[in-house]
Design a protein around this ligand. Structure first.
Ligand code: NAD
Ligand code: TYD
Length: 361
């Protein structure tokens, strides 16, 4: 990768992917200004390794607040923005869509406005180098049938959940700021991520921790919904590649070439936890699997065609699903203090809201 060191304004850098990105960027020699509201999903402990590193500045702030975002641009004068901040959990968007409209739509609009104001006043050379990289999802493309071709950059948008719809709206705003104002934006649409620091409301960490503790493993529907899994470190390296070499106005799909049915993923987790933490009282973890009522509007299959980013920018995933899962399960087993700290009262309330009725059926 070209080694152009940058001063990057990261939003949502205390969340799962954002914190992995910040750690990777700082290790590579970039400076990061990290703006995060620290919602339930944000956690400064994710950044413990760079707490005293002067290359990382943390600002607790809301992307929906134009004054504080304007101040961040003026005071820190970034070369680029990498925008992760979002409400990101589909099940929460079904129960409370309003929070998703606020942060994902209103927040992205506010950030674009502040970025545009800052960028338009830069000197010519800085203006040319500036980038606004919007981190989005494959869920904006909707659901695939078993034989359908994978999502490409030209697949029409067809979002099905309030989460996906709010991300689609933000993608359209980002696109409009390029076409209307010339703001040098780039969008990445990535498949499902997994790895260290993922909040344990998402499939993989939830199943790892339940399996470890001998709790029931709630698989929605028939467990045959398919996702294309990518190790988070590979997503971060894709974003850094796009930041260095991507073209303004373009979008790049990012995926792992690793389609798995949910049941297959849960089986892999059970077998890994059995191997790493055998427990005679629990026995084989696969017996903890329970099929529970499905998520409303549950997309059947996602798959990413990542040939454009490979062809044009030379990025490919480097971690196989087996290796990534081994690393991830090991990380959760070895970081019980992190796990205990995120499982607060609010977390337990979410588990009650989403699973109590399902598991009672
Ligand atoms: P996350 O929920 O773990 O983290 C989101 C972060 O944003 C948190 O730290 C939270 O505190 C912060 N945040 C929320 N509202 C904010 C606000 N108003 N102002 C400032 N900060 C705010 O999410 P994640 O899984 O790390 O996802 C990051 C981005 O990547 C999202 O935009 C998501 O849509 C996208 N994405 C995620 C996946 C995935 O599998 N997790 C896949 C593709 C794309
Ligand atoms: P999730 O991690 O929420 O990601 P997304 O919905 O953004 O793809 O879920 C991944 C898949 O796992 C999805 O098909 C829903 C399913 N799932 C379960 O079967 N049980 C669960 O408890 C959760 C959280 C998800």
């Amino acid at each position: 990768m070209t080694d152009r060191k940058q001063r990057i304004l990261v939003t949502g850098g205390a969340g799962f992917i954002g914190s992995n990105f910040v750690l990777q960027a700082v290790a590579a020699g970039d400076a990061v200004i990290n703006v995060d509201l620290l919602t339930y999903a944000g956690n400064r402990a994710n950044l413990g390794a760079i707490e005293d590193n002067p290359a990382h500045v943390f600002v607790q702030g809301d992307i929906c607040d134009p004054e504080s975002m304007g101040r961040v641009f003026r005071e820190h004068r970034p070369d680029a923005v990498v925008h992760f901040a979002a409400e990101s959990h589909v099940d929460r968007s079904i129960l409370d869509p309003g929070a998703f409209i606020r942060t994902n739509v209103q927040g992205t609009y506010t950030l674009l406005e502040q970025a545009k104001g800052y960028w338009s006043r830069l000197a010519e050379e800085e203006r040319r180098g500036f980038r606004f990289l919007h981190v989005s999802t494959d869920e904006v493309y909707g659901s695939l049938g078993p034989e359908d071709a994978a999502f490409s950059e030209t697949t029409p948008y067809a979002p099905n959940s309030p989460y996906a719809a709010s991300k689609a709206a933000s993608d359209h705003l980002v696109r409009a700021y390029f076409h209307t104002y010339g703001l040098p934006v780039i969008t990445t649409n990535c498949s499902n991520n997994y790895g260290p620091f993922q909040f344990p409301e998402k499939l993989i960490p939830l199943m790892v921790l339940n399996a470890l503790e001998g709790k029931r493993l709630p698989v929605y529907g028939d467990g045959q919904n398919v996702r294309d899994w990518l190790y988070v470190g590979d997503h971060c390296s894709a974003i850094r590649t796009v930041l260095q070499r991507g073209l303004p106005g373009e979008t790049y799909n990012v995926g792992g070439n690793s389609e798995k049915a949910n049941l297959e993923v849960v089986h892999a987790i059970c077998d890994l936890v059995d191997g790493l933490r055998p427990d005679a009282r629990i026995g084989e973890r696969r017996r903890l699997i329970e099929f529970v009522p499905d998520r409303p509007g549950h997309d059947r299959r996602y798959a990413i065609d990542a040939r454009k980013i490979a062809r044009e920018l030379g990025w490919r995933p480097s971690i196989t699903f087996e290796e990534g899962m081994r690393r991830t399960v090991t990380w959760y087993l070895e970081n019980s203090e992190w796990v205990e700290n995120v499982r607060t009262g609010a977390y337990r309330e979410w588990i009650r809201q989403n699973y109590e009725a399902r598991l009672a059926q």
